[in-house]
Design a protein around this ligand. Structure first.
Ligand code: UDP
Length: 365
């Protein structure tokens, strides 16, 4: 049996490994010159492990996923903390009791802060968009300070056009816990993500082709294909293009410590970038004399850009529906991952779904 896997990010690499372990020969096709997709990391000449496509912090509530991925490299517990510069001041994010007390100059207790935010809430009525959700959950002051400008920059759309689910990724806490994520498992790979992918794909039954684009016609000779590239690309964009946001990074190298934390968000609309990542803070167990920072700019994804974030506005949803119908007519192809299913998925979800998809497939062969 001949199986093709398109894409060597987490979705493709995990399926490849699972099939190979079960005795199936697989060929992995990757258009880029490296494995790992947007999780790719590499050591900068000054020693720092750089997340080349922006910050990726592993977090999950799924012990099965963590146990699985930990077989391919060591993960070190890592609690991600983010700060935000807004209106000329620095605050703690996600919104927690310190943020509320900083913004309003108060000394609220948890219950006082909760009651205060409830008093600030702007009723959202029937609205289900991000802006209405944000103003209802946080009131105008916090919403405008932290979310309105950042979201507009990040998505290139008015927050009133975006789904509330984007904001629901972030917790709001009425205590001083400033951990960015609420998942019980949070960790960083000790040597970066790339060695994890090297281990995943290091199997005699896996044949890896880098720098190799393959299309639907090229997959015709295989018994089955797993497609983790953009779903619309599989169909040659015949129904139109699904929209994405892409990112540009401005790299700088400095001596010592640049900003004192791993990620500093810039939430004001008039600052053109969304955040600055300082990678040394992702490996506190290493020491480097110099420090690498990425300033992150978001924009619409053009035809030759790397897609990062599926936009998923109403019109994209309609087009996606039509592509999903077309995908249903392709029993020999399984679509998976952030691009293959056009969903805003985190790494742990991609790994978990890839394990499920591989298990389903293996049941049938
Ligand atoms: N967000 C925001 N201000 C912030 C951080 C996040 O408005 O300071 C909103 C924004 O719309 C963003 C979403 O929350 O796209 C999710 O943020 P997250 O940090 O999870 O984004 P990612 O790391 O996936 O880019």
């Amino acid at each position: 049996m001949a199986v093709a896997i398109v894409g060597a990010g987490f979705s493709g690499a995990v399926v490849a490994r699972e099939l190979a372990e079960a005795g199936v020969n697989v060929e992995v096709f990757e258009t880029r010159d490296h494995i790992g997709g947007n999780c790719f990391t590499e050591r900068h000449e000054c020693g720092t492990i750089v997340h080349v496509y922006g910050p990726h912090i592993f977090h999950t509530a799924d012990q099965r996923v963590f146990d699985y991925i930990s077989q391919f490299g060591e993960f070190v517990p890592f609690e991600h903390r983010v700060h935000a510069t807004a209106g000329g001041r620095v605050y703690s994010l996600p919104i927690n009791l310190l943020t509320v007390n900083q913004v309003f100059g108060t000394t609220f207790t948890p219950s006082e802060a909760e009651a205060f935010l409830a008093s600030q809430s702007v009723p959202k009525g029937e609205r289900t968009d991000l802006e209405a959700h944000g103003r209802s959950m946080l009131g105008d002051v916090l919403y405008e300070l932290f979310f309105d400008g950042y979201t507009t920059k990040q998505w290139g759309s008015a927050p009133s056009e975006l789904p509330a689910s984007v904001l629901q990724r972030l917790p709001v806490r009425f205590n001083y816990d400033s951990s960015y994520f609420s998942h019980p498992i949070q960790a960083m790979p000790r040597l970066g993500y790339t060695p994890i992918f090297e281990q995943l794909l290091d199997h005699p039954r896996i044949d890896l082709h880098l720098n190799t684009a393959i299309d639907a016609a090229g997959l015709a000779g295989f018994d089955h294909a797993f497609w983790s590239g953009p779903v619309d690309a599989y169909f040659g964009y015949s129904l139109g293009r699904l929209r994405y946001r892409t990112l540009d990074f401005e790299e700088e190298v400095h001596d010592g410590d640049y900003q004192g934390c791993s990620v500093m968000n810039q939430t004001d609309l008039d600052v053109p970038f969304t955040r600055v990542t300082e990678f040394n803070y992702f490996t506190p167990w290493e020491h480097h004399d110099r420090t690498v920072i990425y300033r992150e700019f978001s924009r619409d994804c053009g035809e030759n850009d790397i897609p990062y974030y599926p936009l998923r506005l109403n019109e994209d949803g309609e087009l996606l529906g039509r592509y999903l119908e077309a995908a249903d007519q392709e029993p020999g192809v399984t679509f998976l991952g952030r691009l293959g299913t056009y969903r805003y998925l985190d790494m742990d979800v991609c790994i978990g779904e890839a394990l499920d998809v591989a298990a389903e497939f293996l049941k049938k062969v």
